[in-house]
Design a protein around this ligand. Structure first.
Ligand SMILES: [Fe+2]
Length: 269
């Protein structure tokens, strides 16, 4: 039988002073009302590629306040959304990759910008209707990725730094970018397998780089299951991330779809 530890919540103290019994009740709020400051372990994120904070809660304003504090005010503002927080959900149809039910590709957020954010915070507001089998997240650390690309395929860091991948978009100028870039004193991955050309690439000895990357990532990825209110903080420089397949649950009463809902904030430190 399990007993509650006295460290789990407020304690009731009954000191005996002479013949008089004094009851002293803790003035702490009940355990569920206590909101501790968000403790971001940057060394863990650098080592593992991510940190999982269970039970952060659903308050996106608090998420913004806490990340503003830990980042020293270095939050990324979205001019398109007019906010720091981006809330999104899986939809039956969307052009936006983050809103699609299909499995996402491994990627770096804002990879085409000269300064991609260092961290991505992902807060689960509502898990997938078929949680926890669907709607997971995967994280791949750069070092494991580089080791496997080299040991399995003989693709070196130098290859990935010097050989560009061409990303083309309908009606827009193509963008050419290496998979790996020097960024200050570190190496960061800049890729998106959903946008990457499929098939063999001349720059990689006529081999299918996207398939090679997907195979390596599937082996070394950390699988993360977010419950409602859980917060995942991913390194956007030392890791790749993606979302696994999601589902939609149709509600006949109001003819709406229930689906996974998330809030995200990108930040530096
Ligand atoms: Fe992302």
């Amino acid at each position: 039988m399990h007993t509650r530890s006295s460290r789990e919540g407020p304690t009731l103290i009954k000191p005996i002073l002479g013949a008089t019994q004094v009851r002293k009740v803790s003035t702490l709020a009940p355990k569920e009302k206590i909101t501790r400051p968000l403790d971001v372990d940057f060394s863990q994120i650098g080592r593992d590629g991510y940190q999982l904070v269970r039970g952060f809660g659903l308050d996106t304003a608090r998420l913004e306040t806490e990340l503003c504090r830990v980042s020293g005010g270095k939050l990324f503002f979205s001019a398109r959304l007019g906010s720091f927080v981006h809330e999104f959900r899986v939809l039956p149809y969307s052009d936006n990759l983050s809103e699609q039910a299909a499995c996402g590709g491994y990627h770096t957020d804002f990879m085409f910008q000269p300064h991609p954010p260092a961290f991505v915070a992902l807060l689960c507001l509502r898990p997938d209707p078929k949680h926890p089998v669907y709607g997971r997240n995967q994280v791949v650390h750069r070092d494991a990725f580089l080791e496997r690309m080299n040991s399995i395929y003989g693709v070196t860091q130098t290859d990935l730094l010097e050989r560009n991948i061409d990303y083309s978009f309908p009606g827009r100028v193509p963008i050419s970018l290496p998979v790996l870039q020097r960024f200050g004193d570190q190496l960061i991955l800049t890729l998106h397998t959903s946008l990457m050309p499929t098939g063999n690439l001349a720059a990689f000895d006529n081999r299918p780089l996207k398939m090679m990357i997907d195979a390596v990532c599937s082996e070394v990825a950390q699988d993360v299951v977010l419950d409602r209110g859980d917060l995942l903080i991913v390194s956007n420089h030392a890791a790749l991330h993606r979302r696994s397949e999601c589902t939609l649950a149709f509600n006949a009463a109001d003819r709406s779809f229930a689906s996974r809902e998330m809030a995200t904030i990108r930040f530096d430190r």
